[in-house]
Ligand binder design. Structure first.
Ligand SMILES: CC(C)(COP(=O)(O)OP(=O)(O)OC[C@H]1O[C@@H](n2cnc3c(N)ncnc32)[C@H](O)[C@@H]1OP(=O)(O)O)[C@@H](O)C(=O)NCCC(=O)NCCS
Length: 186
């Protein structure tokens, strides 16, 4: 058996982030169906109103189109070389008080059936590049303190533990990590 490397290759060229568009309709629907089969309906809009789903993502990019206090965000999908979408990640464009407390800049999940293959760690690496392109320099990433996989992903991407807080939403302990993206390039 080949031993898995300690740290995944965060710059894997066979993976890239895409935004949702009509071109990816079939694959995004397959992705959503995988969640539904597991009883998780978090991607229901993809199946029930694909155009509405695309519109919502486009509105989410622009803070002026959103209700007051809602932070704009971009959603990316992790695409494998063979055309399969294996994960999703959300980049919030700034922090508000609630995000600073427990939400952080970035959220991610990996497609059921594709977990434990290193995609989570590589996806965070790729979305950090998107954050850098937006001019963000210090990124807050949080996870439930008992989410070992997520904590490992943050660790692989240079996260430094700042503090542990109690979630106002769930009452569970949440770990807060900062990732320093370094100085702005000249
Ligand atoms: C958490 C999640 C993103 C992990 O994605 P993944 O692609 O399986 O993670 P990776 O394969 O990149 O694994 C990274 C490391 O975490 C470990 N790991 C992943 N899931 C784990 C689990 N359930 N239990 C223990 N370790 C786990 C891996 O073994 C790997 O360890 P390493 O340090 O030896 O490399 C995925 O399980 C998921 O989508 N969960 C539901 C949503 C979620 O929790 N999102 C995060 C919110 S903060």
């Amino acid at each position: 058996m080949i031993a898995r490397p300690m740290a995944p290759n965060l710059r894997d060229p066979t993976l890239r982030l895409i935004k949702a568009s009509p071109e990816w309709r079939r694959e995004l629907r397959a992705y959503a169906r995988d969640y539904r089969k597991r009883g998780e309906n978090m991607h229901a809009e993809i199946l029930e109103d694909f155009e509405g789903f695309l519109d919502d993502l486009s509105v989410a990019e622009d803070e002026e189109s959103l209700p007051p206090g809602v932070v704009s965000y971009s959603v990316y999908w992790l695409l494998r070389e063979d055309g399969r979408i294996v994960g999703r990640s959300t980049l919030r464009h700034r922090l508000n008080e609630a995000l600073l407390h427990e939400g952080g800049h970035i959220g991610y999940d990996v497609r059921p059936g594709e977990r434990l293959k290193g995609y989570g760690a590589r996806m965070l690496g790729l979305i950090l590049e998107k954050a850098r392109e937006r001019g963000l320099r210090r990124i807050l990433v949080t996870c439930d303190s008992d989410n070992i996989g997520s904590a490992r992903i943050i660790h692989h991407n240079g996260g430094v533990l700042d503090s542990e807080v109690v979630s106002r939403q769930t009452g569970k302990k949440v770990s807060r990590y900062w990732i320093d993206l370094g100085p702005q390039e000249a």
